[in-house]
Design a protein around this ligand. Structure first.
Ligand SMILES: [Zn+2]
Length: 167
């Protein structure tokens, strides 16, 4: 369980930094050039852009994780990195180019400051593809966090062990 929280905290810190990297520029941009449905749009941008955080997470797992008897999972890391990148690109495309059209399915905006409420259920309906892709990544990364152990020995200690078994 300690290992799970160790990997989860790495993932959480990584996601948190990408969330900050999305929210901060959107906040300043909104102050200068207000857009319709800012909060809902920000959510769809967060769903897309936080996915990039899985790249350092899976790289860290691949390099320093102890896969033990689940060694086969290590072979999928490269595939997962490609998947993260494709999933990220699809969702960023939706959140930047298709976003306005998605909201038009919900209602036609009255003006350039329209803030007609888009409820959570309506939001899920409009962006279900992005949400499914993001949830799939979360589930896979949590499975890895549950299976992969930390390497408890530093390479120096391993070398010392190796030398002591030889002597
Ligand atoms: Zn509107």
């Amino acid at each position: 369980m300690v290992d799970f929280f160790y990997w989860f905290s790495i993932l959480f810190a990584s996601i948190l930094s990408s969330v900050a990297g999305t929210v901060a520029p959107a906040f300043f941009k909104q102050a200068a050039f207000p857009r319709t449905h800012h909060v809902s749009k920000l959510w769809s941008e967060l769903i897309a852009r936080h996915q990039f955080a899985y790249i350092p997470y899976f790289i860290t797992l691949g390099f320093v994780g102890d896969f033990g008897k689940h060694e086969v999972l290590k072979n999928f890391i490269l595939l997962l990195l490609v998947w993260v990148f494709i999933s990220y690109l699809i969702c960023v495309h939706i959140s930047s180019n298709l976003q306005d059209r998605r909201f038009e399915k919900h209602h036609v905006c009255k003006d350039s400051k329209c803030e007609e409420h888009v409820g959570p259920l309506a939001f899920v309906k409009l962006f279900r593809g992005s949400i499914i892709l993001a949830l799939a990544l979360l589930v896979i990364s949590l499975i890895y966090a549950g299976v992969v152990k930390r390497q408890h020995q530093s390479s120096g200690e391993k070398y010392e062990d190796h030398v002591s078994t030889l002597s």
